[in-house]
Design a protein around this ligand. Sequence first.
Ligand SMILES: [Fe+2]
Length: 227
Amino acid sequence: MTDQDKKPDYKEIYKIVKDLFEKVDFLSYGPFDETYYTLRVFNVAEKIMNQLDEKCDKEAILVAALLHDVGKIKLNFDLLFKGGEFLGSFSEEWRKHSKISVEFAGEILANLNYPSDFLTRVLYLIENHDLRGDKMKERTIELKVLQDADLIADLGMTGFIRPFLYGGKYKRSVIKSIAFIKTEDRTAGGTKLNLELSKKIAKKEMDTQKRLVDEISEGLKNSYFEL
Ligand SMILES: [Fe+2]
């Protein structure tokens, strides 16, 4: 954006996104609390950019971070889960959200009078945010940052609390959730990261997650019982 252009009002955009997510039961609380997740992606993207040597379009990335998953509100949840279990049709339905997010984001930003070249830059990021690994040949630095932020946002404290939120929603005991997070290997996401810098940030998040898991497990350790 040039100086004459409108500067993004992140709060205003987030408020719109938050109101949309809060209309959908599944996305407004529990393990798929998208209001929390949106803020996580926004924050991690900022963190990556603060440490990045390369110049990048910060405003487009941060606006895309706020809007990239908004299309989830139009997904058919009957094709995603049943009784807390992922269905076979899950990924096919889930994959649709990037394109739907592009439609929503385009409309939201146009209504807020953002210039069309800014929309183009933001919508490119949203449309491709889920195309990881060899699904794309070349990525702009902006897309690399957004994709990495989206993955890292699910690690650390988030990776720790989500299994408990899941347990609360689908009636799984806290002890079973602890057993789950102890055995779950969440390092796989890290292999899909684009930037070396992101790998370092992800490692720190994983260390935090591991420390939390160790601490909560230690707190239940007893010679009579096993988790
Ligand atoms: Fe997404």
